[in-house]
Design a protein around this ligand. Structure first.
Ligand SMILES: NC(=O)c1ccc[n+]([C@@H]2O[C@H](COP(=O)([O-])OP(=O)(O)OC[C@H]3O[C@@H](n4cnc5c(N)ncnc54)[C@H](OP(=O)(O)O)[C@@H]3O)[C@@H](O)[C@H]2O)c1
Length: 318
């Protein structure tokens, strides 16, 4: 072990997902731009045998080409496809699902809701930044967009679960879900705070995980998981510091130091890979470092989970 690796191992501990043969399975990984957790997740899943559809907001073909360039076998390269998806636009979600059904029929083994944003790392916003349809942008993208996609794909997941006994939804959340609060999931009760908004979006995805498990695991064999990937050196901070001038410049200059103390995207992707593949993994739980972990107390409230599900379902129907 080099000195570099020895010192780094003191700060960054990674549990690795055990390789599983997933040949014949079809998986979707949202938000798989090069340099992201989604990209590394898709790379491993394709190399373990899955057919993987990756999504990015723009240039999905370039992302798929970059992924193929990182795969060792031509066979694995053929199993990768890129498709555009912007979770903050309902039309984009609907047209992605139409494309998927036209091209893949009704088989979907695993949906990984990985795409996400955390845009105001310095907590400078005093008012929410809104999407075109009027929602706080992080809530709209991380929760509502992913929930919309999940609801539209559920019939496929159910059908696959019933046929194979194992379909999965994997929601990439964050330990920052504790910044959110059940009190704010149905309307804001506190002054706007962008970190709380990010936390709410992840807390809501955790409620969705539990509700999915409660409603679909037993009869349809659709298991649901949520997880914190760790602190990972991706492009999430580039976007979160965009426009901050000197701070952005300083961070760029210091990025090798930051990278040293954070997980690489490959290291960070391990828990979501584990949740997507490990045989008979217990569903409805929150994972960290490839093991079940303790979640914030608000996640325990089953009435909130049920109400959120019903209201989201009604919103999707409109
Ligand atoms: N990195 C960490 O330390 C960390 C910690 C906890 C949780 N997470 C979570 O991990 C997930 C992956 O993040 P990452 O660290 O890999 O960040 P990243 O490098 O910024 O990747 C995020 C991905 O999401 C996509 N995306 C952004 N907005 C979107 C939208 N409106 N519709 C569809 N896709 C969109 C991005 O596409 P573009 O390239 O087009 O922007 C990108 O592919 C996120 O859910 C994040 O909240 C990350």
């Amino acid at each position: 072990m080099s000195v570099h690796d020895f010192i780094r191992a003191r700060f960054v501990r990674t549990a690795y997902a055990e390789p599983v043969d997933v040949t014949g399975k079809t998986m979707i990984v949202t938000g798989a731009s090069p340099g992201s957790l989604g990209f590394e997740t898709a790379r491993t899943l394709a190399s373990w045998g899955a057919s993987v559809v990756i999504t990015t907001r723009s240039n999905p073909d370039a992302a798929a080409d970059a992924l193929r360039a990182r795969l060792q076998y031509a066979e694995a390269c053929q199993r990768v496809e890129g498709q555009a998806l912007d979770l903050s636009y309902s039309d984009s979600v609907a047209s992605f699902v139409r494309w998927f059904v036209e091209n893949h029929g009704d088989r979907l083994d695993v949906l990984i809701n990985n795409a996400g944003i955390h845009l105001d790392l310095l907590s400078r916003w005093t008012e929410p930044r809104l999407t075109d349809d009027g929602f706080e942008i992080q809530w709209r993208t991380n929760y509502l967009g992913s929930a919309h996609l999940t609801h539209l794909l559920l019939p496929l997941l159910e059908k696959t679960g019933q046929a194979t006994g194992d379909a999965r939804v994997v929601n990439v959340v964050s330990h920052l879900h504790v910044k959110g609060s059940n009190d704010d999931l149905f309307g804001r009760t506190r002054p706007y705070d962008s970190w709380a908004a990010y936390g709410n979006s992840k807390l809501a995805l955790m409620h969705m995980t539990r509700e999915l498990q409660r409603r679909y695991a037993e009869e349809s064999h659709v298991q649901a998981y949520c997880l914190h990937p760790g602190s990972v050196f991706t492009r999430v901070a580039d976007k979160g510091l965009e426009g901050t001038g000197m701070i952005e410049k300083a961070r760029n200059a210091l990025s090798p130091v930051e990278a040293f103390f954070l997980k690489t995207p490959e290291e960070g992707a391990q828990t979501q890979i584990h949740c997507a593949t490990y045989p008979r993994l217990a569903g409805g739980l929150y994972y960290e470092a490839c093991h079940p972990a303790e979640a914030g107390k608000d996640v325990e409230d089953t009435e909130v989970a049920e109400r959120l599900w019903t209201e989201t379902e009604a919103w999707v129907a409109t």
